[in-house]
Design a protein around this ligand. Structure first.
Ligand code: CU
Length: 153
């Protein structure tokens, strides 16, 4: 009986060690992947965020067509703060998970952080996102009609 209990303890100890090692490996992989995230593997297309700070705000251009896997880089040019958010009911079916995964530091579902500094930019990776039409907007300026249509095809 004693031996059996001891054996069980050893087994538990081994499992615990194995678990810790896996956790360490995951952390290492995450930090190693970060440099790649700042330099997108696929093509990069730029969309400017502009405005006069009060009555006028727009994406430039307001509509783009991109290849699958493209990264769209939103640049805060003037009239910020701006952000890019997507309408959950105006993206292709099943696209939300891939799109959320391609949006770092989200403040909400399908909603990127506010860009406040001039020339600050924010990348949305469409890696793994299905083809189709994605309709987005700027949360602070949606009332001014600051919207963008991104077609992946
Ligand atoms: Cu805006």
């Amino acid at each position: 009986m004693r031996l059996t209990a001891f054996g069980a303890l050893l087994a538990l100890g081994a499992l615990a060690c194995g678990g810790e090692k896996k956790a360490d490996q995951t952390q290492t992989q995450t930090s190693a992947a970060q440099p790649a995230a700042t330099q997108p593997a696929g093509p990069v297309v730029e969309v400017k965020m502009t405005g006069n700070g009060s009555t006028q705000a727009t994406f430039v251009p307001t509509a783009i067509t991109i290849a699958p896997g493209t990264t769209v880089r939103f640049v805060n040019v003037s009239g910020g703060p701006h952000n890019i958010a997507f309408y959950g009911d105006s993206i292709p079916a099943g696209a939300a998970a891939a799109l959320n995964a391609g949006m770092a530091n989200r403040q909400d579902n399908l909603s990127g952080p506010f860009l406040t500094t001039p020339n600050e930019n924010y990348d949305v990776s469409f890696a793994g996102a299905p083809t189709g039409v994605y309709k987005g907007y700027c949360l602070p300026h949606v009332a001014l009609g600051m919207k963008v249509t991104i077609t992946v095809k």
